[in-house]
Design a protein around this ligand. Sequence first.
Ligand SMILES: Cc1cc2nc3c(=O)[nH]c(=O)nc-3n(C[C@H](O)[C@H](O)[C@H](O)COP(=O)(O)OP(=O)(O)OC[C@H]3O[C@@H](n4cnc5c(N)ncnc54)[C@H](O)[C@@H]3O)c2cc1C
Length: 222
Amino acid sequence: MDLSYSAEYEAFRAEVRGFLEVHRNQAPGHGGNGLTWQKLLIENGYAARTIPKEYGGFGAEPDILKSRIIAEEFARAQLSPGLGGQGISMLVPTLLEVGSEDQKRQFIGPTLRGEMLWCQGYSEPNAGSDLAALATKGVLEGDEWVINGQKIWTSTAHLAHWIFCLVRTEPDAPKHEGISFLLFDMKTPGIEIRPLVDMTGAANFNEVFFTDVRVPAHQIVG
Ligand SMILES: Cc1cc2nc3c(=O)[nH]c(=O)nc-3n(C[C@H](O)[C@H](O)[C@H](O)COP(=O)(O)OP(=O)(O)OC[C@H]3O[C@@H](n4cnc5c(N)ncnc54)[C@H](O)[C@@H]3O)c2cc1C
């Protein structure tokens, strides 16, 4: 079996290597900043590579060998492969799969570019591994969801602009059903963030309390 890369892939590797040599001084830690670097990587297809152009990605066809080569070359050059985080790794794929067209257009681009930071509101004091025990409630009143309850272990809630949050919206359904995925602004009235200080003294996790938080009905996903 021949495991060597074909000429096409070797040419692609040379292209990535050339890009990194030319743009090295624009990378974070080498004189550049993370947001500008991310924009440059997306424009050149080294981040958000297969996400459609109309949603702010590069729009390439999936090619696992090219993705592998990009990862290898960025690691070899010891340069940042671009932004990650919960918005990019968890929310964007969800929206691509089940988001409405408006949600895709509103959220994917700014999230990919690092302009919109997200936190993940799943875990609760009595709903960790057993996520189906989650009790945070969302009740539809007119064209708004009214949310009450508590989340815990919410990483970066104190930095995030928006949250993607699991909320029980159908209390009479079996407990593993009747849960909805809502998106809302962390500045919405009724949200209180309390830091959790860990044994290192850092406070990257939080408890997040919701008291009559009103979320427009269309901000439900799927
Ligand atoms: C670094 C970090 C960041 C996190 N960030 C977030 C975040 O941003 N947003 C968020 O929503 N959550 C976050 N979490 C929470 C995480 O994803 C889990 O939901 C949570 O840690 C598990 O719940 P718990 O801590 O209540 O533990 P439990 O679910 O109570 O589990 C406690 C122990 O019991 C065991 N156990 C549980 N159920 C069973 C069973 N049926 N049989 C046998 N053993 C069992 C578990 O393995 C574990 O050892 C984060 C966690 C970590 C560690």
